[in-house]
Structure formats: structure tokens, C-alpha cells
Design a binder for this molecule. Structure first.
Ligand code: G3D
Ligand code: MG
Length: 184
């Protein structure tokens, strides 16, 4: 096999955390990304769901492992398992609820840094952009905080409409690859 061929066969497995307050849309984002669908009456996740999705970026294959947790995050052992081996995170807030935005820095990022000792990457996501009338967090505010917390990227999404979902996950994967010194 030539080195060019070897390059084409590169495969990675990355575990990513999807973090944010209850009901910001974490499960909906994962569903939309994995299945391309939005379930209006999605039941709150019980325990942990482990979801896998394979993506291909140019010649690079990446298997993403996502844990979708709900309700049990308060248990330390669950949290440490959740974060174990994570290379990156999506930090999600709801653009209609300012308190979920405040939690990003005060809670979720702190947690990520505490449990993920190695240099992990994270991007900031403002979800539910379709609820324009109810928006309380502006795009500019989001950008500002993303800079402040040194997020790799900032993106606004609507899991309901399927807007920017794929883009958000791809930004994260790209950044993780970058972090591993892989050029796309
Ligand atoms: P969570 O996993 O972070 O707890 P969920 O959040 O994915 O369960 O979503 C919580 C609620 O927000 C759900 O509504 C879901 O339908 C809704 N939601 C998620 N993303 C969006 C979005 O982009 N736009 C809108 N309008 N709603 C969204 P219910 O009513 O089932 O609680
Ligand atoms: Mg959920």
C-alpha cells in the first residue's frame, strides 16, 4: 500500500458530549443529526442512550459516539463515565431562555474542563432559532460569549427545522481532527 492509499483509509473514533440545561434541545439535535427527523413529543431520555453515527470528511472516516443523558447527570459516577474519553463537546443553550445561556459558562463548560483533563475542544450552539418571537439571546451576545469562553466556533441551529445541524457536528469533528494534527 502506498502512503497515499494509507491516507485514504484513515479512521477515527471520537466520543463527544452534548451539554446544556434540560430542554435546550440536546436529544432533538442528536435525532435530527442521526435520523434527519424531529419528534414533537420526544420522551425525556431515561438513563443513557448511546448513539453512533459515521461521517466522512473527504477521505477521512469518523465514527462519532454520542451519549445522550437525562435525569441522572447529578450522579457523579454517571458524569465521570459520560465524560470519560470525550474529545469534544457541543455546548447548547436555548435562544429563548437566557438562564440556559448563563449556565454554559457557569456550569457546563466548568464541568467539561473538570472531567476532560486532556485538551478537549468545544463549540457553542444557540438552538431554537425558529422561535423568533420568543428569542431573548441575540446572535451578537452568543458570538461574544463564544469568544470569551474560547469556543472553537459559534453556530445557531433549529433542531425543529433541521437548520445548521449537520454543520454544527461537522465543525466539531473538524476541530477535533485539527486538534489531533490531522489535515482534511
Ligand atoms: P433536551 O434533550 O436538551 O432536554 P429536547 O431537549 O430535545 O428533549 O427538547 C426539549 C423541547 O424543546 C421539546 O419540546 C422539543 O421538541 C423542543 N425543541 C428542541 N429543539 C427545538 C427547536 O429547534 N425549535 C423548537 N421550536 N423546539 C425545539 P417538548 O414540547 O416536547 O418538551
Ligand atoms: Mg434529552
Amino acid at each position: 500500500m502506498t502512503s497515499e492509499e494509507a491516507k485514504l483509509d484513515r479512521e477515527f473514533v471520537f466520543k463527544v458530549a452534548i451539554l446544556g440545561d434540560s430542554a435546550v434541545g440536546k436529544t432533538s439535535l442528536i435525532n435530527q443529526f442521526v435520523e434527519g427527523s424531529f419528534q414533537e413529543d420526544y420522551k425525556p431520555t431515561l438513563g443513557a442512550n448511546i448513539i453512533r453515527k459515521d461521517v466522512k470528511l473527504n477521505s477521512i472516516k469518523v465514527r462519532l459516539i454520542m451519549w445522550d443523558l437525562a435525569g441522572q447527570e447529578k450522579y457523579r459516577v454517571v458524569r465521570s463515565m459520560y465524560f470519560q474519553g470525550c474529545q469534544g463537546a457541543l455546548l447548547v443553550y436555548d435562544v429563548t431562555r437566557y438562564n440556559t445561556f448563563d449556565s454554559i459558562n457557569s456550569k457546563w463548560l466548568r464541568d467539561f474542563k473538570k472531567y476532560v483533563k486532556k485538551e478537549g475542544v468545544y463549540i457553542l450552539i444557540g438552538n431554537k432559532t425558529d422561535l423568533t418571537d420568543q428569542r431573548t439571546v441575540t446572535t451578537d451576545r452568543g458570538k461574544e460569549i463564544a469568544q470569551k469562553i474560547k469556543a472553537s466556533h459559534f453556530i445557531e441551529t433549529s433542531a425543529k427545522l433541521g437548520e445548521n445541524i449537520e454543520e454544527a457536528f461537522i465543525l466539531l469533528v473538524n476541530q477535533i481532527l485539527n486538534n489531533h494534527g490531522v489535515e482534511i
